[in-house]
Design a protein around this ligand. Structure first.
Ligand code: OFO
Length: 170
């Protein structure tokens, strides 16, 4: 059975992963309705990945004899002024997720829960990649500026970032 402080920290992480999935889903809808189809596909897949992160935590909590809590979620922001604002919000979000994962790891060390500490290392590595990916996307967007031609190419090419990220994350 998980120690109560570890179960609480993991369930808070479940909520944050669920919020991430929800936020990226809303962002995908925004991108699709703006005509950014490549970005929308990227974000729909990213929303699925975050749901996968949530499920992995839920299964772990239950397997360790505790009970996962399925959280209530608020509606995420449905509007963005452009791709730059959308991906700035992705980076902000991922930075928050990283901080939260580090806190879970801290709790595990404090109460000497080494199996959960070991389990969380997958998330530590995943966050490094996700933050890196968000930064690379923002770099590309900075190069594109306001040029509609460059943004068109960005939208067409964004999916090419994914296989590398997924391959590294698995
Ligand atoms: Fe990108 O948040 Fe999951 O781990």
């Amino acid at each position: 059975m998980l120690k109560p402080e570890v179960a609480t920290a993991l369930n808070q992480q479940v909520e944050l992963e669920a919020q991430s999935s929800h936020a990226y889903l809303a962002m995908a809808v925004w991108a699709e309705t703006q005509g950014y189809d490549g970005t929308a596909n990227f974000l729909y897949r990213h929303a699925e990945e975050e749901r996968g992160h949530m499920l992995k935590l839920i299964r772990f909590i239950n397997e360790r004899g505790s009970k996962a809590v399925v959280p209530a979620l608020g509606a995420p922001s449905p509007y963005f002024s452009g791709l730059k604002e959308a991906f700035e919000s992705v980076l902000e979000h991922e930075t928050r997720v990283t901080e939260s994962i580090n806190e879970v790891v801290d709790v595990c060390l404090r109460v000497k829960d080494y199996p959960t500490h070991n389990f969380m290392q997958w998330y530590v590595a995943e966050q490094l990649e996700e933050e890196g990916m968000a930064r690379r996307i923002l770099d590309r967007l900075a190069l594109a500026g306001d040029s509609s031609g460059a943004l068109y190419h960005f939208d067409r090419d964004i999916t090419s970032i994914e296989p590398m990220e997924e391959g590294q994350g698995a």
